[in-house]
Ligand binder design. Structure first.
Ligand SMILES: O=C(O)CCC(=O)C(=O)O
Length: 268
């Protein structure tokens, strides 16, 4: 499934594309049903707040979850990734960001490319995020929030900020964010589980804590063009993979075709 010209134009203008109901409820349930097992694992790839033990991220889930290994190669993510990035892609980062009911996790304003460039030596902003909602996302459970069109400014000023349970994030100052918002506004795509939002690596974004009694899990596949592979890795593989093998897509029915017995078992 590739994007139409209208979708491409909208992405080029706004820096993101929201697609409601890209995945069915059944497909999402296959993924969501493995989350309790994943977040109970004691592995380096599961990041928690050291003080509260609140789970924040599961990274590189393809190493220990069969169903997320399948999702990594889903054609509804990979085909547009190859189309929009203009060539073969590999997985730079793959994660579930989990916001527990009434949890603390939030992200200050940032552009992803600032961190990928500074930590990983990514040459150009030719990687981007393909995100799928695993729960309904509302204004109350900490939606990801964008400044539309901010990607057109390229990489902007930022400084490393230490955050609990994740590697330092290159974040943007309030004056710069205010200026961008006064020009371009602010938007938080919301929708049912199964909806997707794909966004440019220079798009300024943030997200606030989950103030609701409902969970908010989003899976992010960050694809990078193989010829833009990272040059100076400084972080563990699960933040910035150094396996630059191109991904190839499975069949469109890959999530529904897996047999019941394989749905929840561990990958390794
Ligand atoms: O999932 C979220 O709330 C935001 C995640 C984010 O901003 C990021 O991973 O760069």
């Amino acid at each position: 499934m590739e994007w139409s010209q209208t979708q491409i134009k909208s992405f080029e203008k706004d820096g993101y594309l929201f697609i409601p109901d890209l995945f069915t409820e059944d497909e999402i349930e296959v993924l969501r049903s493995d989350l309790p097992r994943i977040f109970s694992l004691d592995r380096d790839e599961i990041e928690r707040d050291a003080d509260t033990n609140e789970a924040r991220l599961a990274l590189a889930m393809h190493k220990y979850s069969k169903v997320f290994d399948i999702m990594l190669r889903h054609p509804r993510l990979l085909n547009p990734a190859q189309q929009i990035l203009g060539g073969e892609v590999y997985c730079h980062q793959y994660k579930v960001v989990t916001k527990a009911p009434f949890g603390q996790l939030s992200f200050p304003w940032h552009q992803d490319f600032a961190s990928w460039s500074a930590h990983d030596g990514m040459p150009e902003p030719r990687a981007m995020n393909f995100a799928v909602f695993l729960d309904d996302v509302t204004e109350f459970n900490g939606p990801i929030t964008f400044i539309p069109g901010s990607h057109l400014q390229g990489k902007l000023g930022s400084a490393a900020q230490t955050l609990p349970g994740i590697t330092p994030l290159y974040t943007m100052g309030s004056d710069l964010v205010s200026e961008l918002i006064s020009k371009n506004g602010i938007v938080a795509p919301k929708g049912k589980a199964g909806s997707a939002v794909f966004f440019h690596s220079c798009l300024a974004h943030t997200s606030s804590p989950n103030i609701s009694p409902w969970p908010r899990n989003i899976v992010y596949l960050t694809c990078n063009r193989t010829d833009n592979c990272i040059r100076k890795p400084t972080r563990p593989y699960y933040y910035a993979d150094t396996d630059f093998s191109p991904l190839s897509a499975l069949s469109d029915a890959c999530l529904t075709n897996i047999s019941y017995s394989t749905k929840t078992y561990a990958q390794n």
